[in-house]
Design a protein around this ligand. Sequence first.
Ligand code: FE2
Ligand code: FE2
Length: 291
Amino acid sequence: MRQSFQSTERGLEAGFPLSLYHKAKRLFWDPAELDFRQDQAAFRALPEEAQGLILRLASLFLGGEEAVTLDLLPLVRTVAKEGRLEEEMYLTTFLLEEAKHVEFFARFLEEVAGQKGGLGHHAGPHYRRIFGELLPEALERLEVDPSPRAQVEAAVTYNVVVEGILAETGYQGFFRLAERLQAMDLAMPGTLRGIAHVKADESRHIAYGLYLIARHLGEDPGLWSVLEGRLNLLLPEAFGVVGEVFAPYPQGAPLGLSPEEFLAYASTQFQHRFRVLERARSLGPQALQGL
Ligand SMILES: [Fe+2]
Ligand SMILES: [Fe+2]
């Protein structure tokens, strides 16, 4: 039975989660409004191998966005059950944004690349292990075990590794591709605009995940070993995905992209997040200030 209401007892708490919520509303965008006409013409003018790489990247994104859309709900429910009103208010925007990312990549594949369905073969073993097993298992577990330990494992998997390493590195790849295409007079303005929106959304998702982990570390610094254990399991899988993306091109990927560049970017992104988490060991959620 609910005895009282936080919003009427104390009012809304102006903190990090509520600031993410307000930012999400301010930066709202609609994937259906992107104009892909120029992008479609540019894609058609590309050599077949370059088209193949773009299709591959976009289909891995689409599957990944579907997975994070379907898997987020147990975390929202866990936060709601703990009565964290402002965090849940933010998470309502988070889930809608993942749905919009699915829409964006599905639209891109269908309207720019002319491909609807038949893309499942792009997923390799590391990708399948992360999106088919490790991610859904970590989030579904919260339904039966919402302990701080399980929450840290879920957030490390979902926000630090899947969003913070895989998604961010993938967007970087898309940007690099777009730059090279622009230099060839094959600009894809609708795609670039969409990716910029997705990237901005993801940076809030990652920030929320870091906040959640920092909150738990602030209450129990001993959870650091849980975080490290999870990272040790996940990092080889995540870096393995980058290897899988480039596996079909042993002689060099189209448009001058290279796995070394991606791996370097992925590890820089990871180190940046890891430093925030290290600060959170002593500072708790305060470590997020300025992010
Ligand atoms: Fe997303
Ligand atoms: Fe996300």
